[in-house]
Design a protein around this ligand. Structure first.
Ligand SMILES: [Zn+2]
Length: 175
C-alpha cells in the first residue's frame, strides 16, 4: 500500500487508493489458496504481468460499489468526529478506478518479483525473472513503509490546506 499512498497526493482524484487495496487482495487470492492447500508454487499465473492485467479487469467490475460503500462510511466517521475537511466525494471517477486497478496489480507483480523465487512475471513469453534480487527483501518493505507514511502525511496536509483552513462545513462538490 506504500506505493499507493505516495502516489495519492500527486494523482489525487485520478487515483483510487481503495481500488488499489482491492487489487492487492485480489492478487494474493492465489498464494492464499496455495498456502491453505500446501501447493508447491504459491505465485503462479496471477503473479505475471499478463495475469495482473486480467485481474485488474476483474477488479474494475467490483471496485466502484465497494469504493462508494467505504467512502460513505469514511464520510460518516469524519463528520462524526467533526473533521469535515476530510470528507471525500462518494462517486469515484472512472479514471481513478482504472488507474487504481492497473497500478495496483502491475506494481504488485513488480514488487513481489523482487522478493519471491517462484515468480515468473514474464510468462507465457519467458520463464526468466529479471527483477529478482534487485532490491533486498527488507529493502522493499522499508521502501513501502516509508512511502506509505510520507504519502499519508502529505495527503492529510493537502486536504487541510485545501479545505480545512477556512470552513467546518466543507462540501466536496464545490471545487
Ligand atoms: Zn503477491
Amino acid at each position: 500500500m506504500g506505493a499507493a499512498l505516495i502516489a495519492k497526493p500527486v494523482l489525487n482524484r485520478n487515483f483510487s487508493v481503495i481500488t488499489f487495496g482491492i487489487s492487492q487482495v485480489a492478487m494474493d487470492i492465489e498464494p492464499g489458496v496455495g498456502m491453505l492447500t500446501g501447493s508447491a508454487v504459491l505465485h503462479g499465473p496471477s503473479h505475471t504481468f499478463f495475469g495482473a492485467l486480467v485481474i485488474a479487469c476483474l477488479v474494475l467490475l467490483i471496485a466502484p460499489s465497494i469504493c462508494s460503500y467505504l467512502l460513505r462510511r469514511w464520510n460518516k466517521e469524519v463528520i462524526h468526529h467533526k473533521l469535515h475537511w476530510l470528507v471525500q466525494l462518494e462517486a469515484v471517477p472512472k479514471v481513478a478506478v482504472i488507474v487504481g486497478a492497473f497500478f495496483g496489480t502491475v506494481s504488485h507483480v513488480a514488487l513481489d518479483s523482487l522478493m519471491h523465487h517462484d515468480i515468473q512475471p514474464l510468462r507465457p513469453f519467458s520463464d526468466a525473472n529479471p527483477l529478482l534480487g534487485l532490491v533486498t527483501h527488507d529493502g522493499v518493505y522499508q521502501l513501502c513503509a516509508i512511502s506509505g507514511v510520507l504519502g499519508a502525511v502529505a495527503w492529510v496536509a493537502l486536504q487541510w490546506f485545501r479545505h480545512g483552513s477556512n470552513d467546518s462545513s466543507f462540501n466536496p462538490d464545490e471545487k
